[in-house]
Design a binder for this molecule. Structure first.
Ligand SMILES: Cc1c2[nH]c(c1CCC(=O)O)Cc1[nH]c(c(CCC(=O)O)c1C)Cc1[nH]c(c(CCC(=O)O)c1C)Cc1[nH]c(c(C)c1CCC(=O)O)C2
Length: 356
């Protein structure tokens, strides 16, 4: 096990475990990103995936929001789509368009193009190196979060080849090729387990699994095509981390648009459930019960409002969540055209209402 600087702020780890904290911890999704001028300056010089593959650059932009704001966690700068890349698919980041796969999986026979998940950890060593470097450079200021996409979300990208309004290509697989869908989800899950365990070994102190495409499914599809894989990932990663001497690694599941599945998800071993802004925090608490930490859920677009309106929205949000078993966050990521000052107003408001 590596030797890292002593952790000075463990609020988020405590909140994840349900321990009492005197302030509500806060971080935001996409906190390292284009809304920050210092990120855009780096990004202007280097292609997106080259940045991900260069530990010095990944570390540098991961630390940018930590240097600027009193956040309670850092999240490693990378992308969920490094898993399809490690399975032998080409993914490019097109300006103004987002990620694009030039040759997506069209039919189940295309799965023969995929490499074995056995080699994923070797191929993603650059992420582990970025994590180790960043954990060192953080000097114990805050914990470092690692992450991966959930299997359905990754499968949908591999089949659609880009963002999609309907996900009808990938959903066609679920209805027309259920067995092959399970085969693909199994491959992605095995890759993801090794990848997340590798992140823990490299220094990640908490993990988030992004089920960003939950909104396209329903309770029945989620139960068949998501739950078993989310369960396998959580149980196997926790078991390996514990066996390797890292104790109980806190894990967050973020099912974006998955309001219909919250109760089912609460039966899994994730410590934290992230909710998007469409879910009422009081209803979410009823659904998941008292033994899970909730994370979220301000509408990111609230950051387009005035500082006063952000303050009022945070006050309302925090009254609904309460201060126990709660991690403050947005209901999804920052957008590139947001004012960095307004993120500061969000974080200040969380601190203000977490004290009173
Ligand atoms: C679906 C998804 C992806 N990537 C990710 C998800 C899950 C979260 C979600 O639901 O948004 C996860 C992700 N992507 C990125 C991070 C870094 C850590 C952080 O949150 O700060 C994380 C955790 C950096 C990024 N990932 C991306 C950027 C912007 C790309 C750029 O700089 O050109 C960043 C900073 C690109 C990306 N990557 C992806 C998309 C759809 C896009 C385009 C979005 C856009 O253009 O704003 C796939």
């Amino acid at each position: 096990m590596m030797d890292f600087p002593v952790l000075k702020n463990d609020y988020i780890l405590k909140a994840a475990k349900g321990e009492d904290v005197d302030v509500v911890p806060v971080w935001v999704m996409r906190q390292a990103g284009r809304y920050l001028p210092e990120f855009r300056e780096e990004r202007a010089k280097t292609d997106f995936f080259t940045m991900c593959q260069t530990p010095d650059l990944s570390c540098k932009v991961t630390l940018q929001p930590i240097d600027r704001y009193p956040l309670d966690a850092a999240i490693i700068f990378s992308d969920i789509l490094v898993i399809p890349q490690a399975l032998n698919m080409v993914v490019e980041m097109k300006p103004g368009e987002g990620p694009v796969f030039p040759s997506p999986l069209k039919e189940p026979s295309d799965m023969s193009r995929l490499d074995s998940p056995k080699y994923v950890s070797e191929k993603l060593q650059y992420v582990f190196d970025a994590i180790t470097l960043t954990r060192t450079k953080l000097e114990g200021r805050v914990p470092l979060i690692g992450f991966a996409g959930a299997p359905w979300t990754i499968m949908a990208y591999m089949i659609e080849g880009k963002g999609s309004k309907t996900m009808s290509n990938s959903k066609r697989w679920l209805y027309a090729h259920p067995e092959d869908s399970h085969k693909l989800l199994d491959i992605i899950s095995e890759a993801t387990i090794d990848y997340l365990v590798g992140q823990v070994k490299a220094g990640a102190q908490m993990l988030q699994v992004f089920e960003s495409h939950a909104e396209h499914l329903n309770a029945a599809l989620f139960k068949e095509f998501c739950i078993p894989y989310l369960k396998r990932i959580c149980d196997r990663v926790k078991e390996s981390a514990s066996w390797l001497g890292f104790g109980s690694i806190p894990m967050i599941i973020f099912p974006k648009g998955g309001h219909y599945a919250l109760k089912e998800i609460s039966s899994l071993n994730y410590d934290v459930i992230g909710i998007d802004w469409t879910v009422d925090p009081v209803k979410a608490r009823e659904l998941v019960g008292p033994n899970k930490t909730l994370q979220g859920n301000l509408d990111p677009c609230a950051l387009y409002g005035s500082k006063e309106s952000i303050d009022a929205a945070v006050k309302d949000m925090m009254a609904k969540f309460g201060k126990k078993r709660y991690i403050a966050n947005l209901g999804h990521g920052m957008y590139p055209d947001m004012d960095p000052e307004n993120l500061g107003a969000f974080i200040d408001a969380v601190h203000k209402y977490s004290k009173t």
